[in-house]
Design a protein around this ligand. Structure first.
Ligand code: ADE
Ligand code: ZN
Length: 329
């Protein structure tokens, strides 16, 4: 059985990382940019490990040079997500990749993305919200420019602030200025941690940046007292099992800690992270959870409810999406 048509909520999707390789190849051709080495012989993205993945990701981003490119990307990404039943998606957007962190350029990129999102909502019935994301390995100073863009453009569409990138670079506290700025602006917070770092990285992130959601967070499993604290505090984990397996953050689907985390009371949700990079989709994630752990429709539909509860959008949007989830039951 496939869960393709089940309505789904996705909270953790890197926008450029969701770009189909053919879309990036098309832009590269239009602009005569030679990035042929980032593709394998079948046309997919080619990389050796996580660090190399980040390099290839940034190379792909060099083809995205204008607001119009991002408007087209929005339509391509949302059409694909909607085809897998996603009715609500939160995506990570980085001003660093949209005009180099300049606020007025960022406003132009954002307007184009919002245009694309409005068109996609009409055409494909999917709602998008944006989480502005600083890139950890670009350093704390550049993170401040992302946080400033976030604070200045917070609204119905930009609802959150977060951090992605190379987790083992620096410590969470290096970024507290940016997270404080975003929090004071009224943005909701999430942060990648515990994908590569151990439980200490998750604990430091919670202490120093005070996010309400953690991207991945899977390595918390190595400290059960921390897992219990995460459960008690209602911290939501944006778990991306297919990504973790593909990048070797965990050995196999069977070994993935999502079941142990959930069984201990942690609020877990499921997302694809960078779907074409990891040869996954929301359908594939749900199908693999069912096949590997015997999770049935009630558990999978709980994942969607938890995700909608933890979504950063306004109550009216949540209500609209909740109806779409209920209608399917
Ligand atoms: N940027 C894109 N995908 C990422 C991931 N899985 N971890 C950290 N940063 C990322
Ligand atoms: Zn991620």
């Amino acid at each position: 059985m496939s869960f393709k048509s089940m309505p789904k909520v996705e909270l953790h999707l890197h926008f450029e990382g969701a770009a189909p390789p053919a879309f990036i190849r098309g832009l590269a051709k239009e602009k005569s940019i030679d990035i042929s080495k980032i593709f394998d012989e079948k046309g997919g993205y080619a990389y050796r490990d996580f660090d190399h993945f980040l390099t290839v990701y940034e190379a792909a981003c060099t083809t995205l040079r204008s607001p119009e490119d991002f408007r087209r990307l929005t339509l391509a990404v949302l059409e694909e997500s909607a085809s897998h039943g996603v009715v609500y998606s939160e995506t990570f957007l980085s001003p660093d990749f949209c005009g180099g962190g300049d606020l007025s350029a960022w406003r132009d990129y954002l307007a184009a993305i919002e245009d694309g999102a409005a068109e996609a909502e009409k055409k494909f019935g999917i709602t998008l919200r944006g989480i502005i994301t600083c890139i950890r390995h670009f350093g704390p100073e550049q993170a401040k420019t992302a946080a400033r863009c976030a604070a200045e453009t917070k609204g119905d569409f930009i609802t959150g602030f977060g951090m992605a990138g190379a987790e083992m670079v620096g410590r969470p506290g290096d970024f507290s200025y940016s997270f404080d700025m975003a929090r004071e602006a009224g943005l909701r917070l999430t942060c990648h941690a515990g994908e590569w770092g151990g439980p200490d990285m998750v604990a430091d992130t919670l202490r120093d940046l005070r996010p309400e959601r953690i991207g991945h967070g899977i390595n918390a499993i190595h400290d059960l007292a921390l897992v219990d604290r995460i459960a008690e505090d209602g911290i939501v984990l944006e778990v991306c099992p297919g990504s973790n397996v593909f990048l070797n953050a965990v050995k196999s689907w069977k070994d993935h800690p999502i079941v142990r985390l959930r069984d201990r009371g942690v609020k877990v949700t499921v997302s694809t992270d960078d779907p074409p990079f990891f040869h996954t989709t929301m359908t594939a994630e749900f199908d693999m959870l069912a096949r590997t752990f015997g999770w049935e429709e009630d558990v999978l539909s709980d994942l969607n409810k938890t995700a909608l509860d933890a979504a950063f959008c306004d109550p009216a949007t949540k209500e609209k999406i909740a109806k779409k989830l209920e209608l399917s039951q």
